[in-house]
Design a protein around this ligand. Sequence first.
Ligand code: FE2
Length: 300
Amino acid sequence: MTDTAPTALPCFKAPAGGCLTSEMVGAYRQEGVLILEDFVTREACDELRARALELVEAFDPADVKSVFSTTDQEQLNDRYFIESGDKIRFFLENDAFDETGRLRSTKENCLNKMGHAMHDIDPVFDRFSHNPALAEITDRLGNKDPGIIQSMYIFKPPRIGGEVVCHQDSTYIYTDPQSCIGFWFALEDATTENGCMYFIPGQHRGPLKARNYRLGEDKLTTEVLDTEPWPEHLKVAAPARAGTLVVFDGRAPHMSGPNLSDTSRHAYTLHVIDRNCHYPAENWLQRGADLPLRGFAARA
Ligand code: FE2
């Protein structure tokens, strides 16, 4: 790691079948992030967005006792969140409700995210997620026995889509040894105006700075492992057209700004671990025995 960070992140046209070249693998190892344009078609993005909106249609905000925010500790002690690892649940933005307690906008424009097992439960999300090209990427990055541990649909709605502060995903998806890889799909164009991601390249080669885990049944805590602040002045924007896939190391620090624009910024993420690594029982994200961890193979 140096103080002279690149001003652009490694970005390539998506290789056929996920067959990363040695240059792509090298860039990923160096920077902790790899942007692959046109990885999926716009039609595939639109199909997933349409399915997400159908699921939202069936969601009643009155049932939700939770909002999700990485700047707010409230959700950390919330069973609705903690129990969502093998379900499809909905998390509203902090500013979802107006002063009178009503939603400010349509449901999809008040939601922060949906998670965390659409890829196993919903047939449309299942098909999108179990993609042989993702298996190929994972294999070329050295994970020989991947398991898709979670999926998230990120709404980042216009005007109230919240900021996500700088973090590492391995803080939440910890394995021993660390093996988390993030796959982030732009389903709509992500820009610096509507809250695209930023990465601090190369910092994944440093340590994991925090670890989040369960304290008993329904409490979570975050233990700070390294108090050195992130060099956020070295962050680099990752704008992404719809269909782009961003692959990143679980230790790659990243963040996104608030969406202050008039357009939404829908994205879909998968997190993958290596099943040969130990997955601790104290990780917040757990699934029941009736929903075993799967790799990228389609259902038989
Ligand atoms: Fe993240």
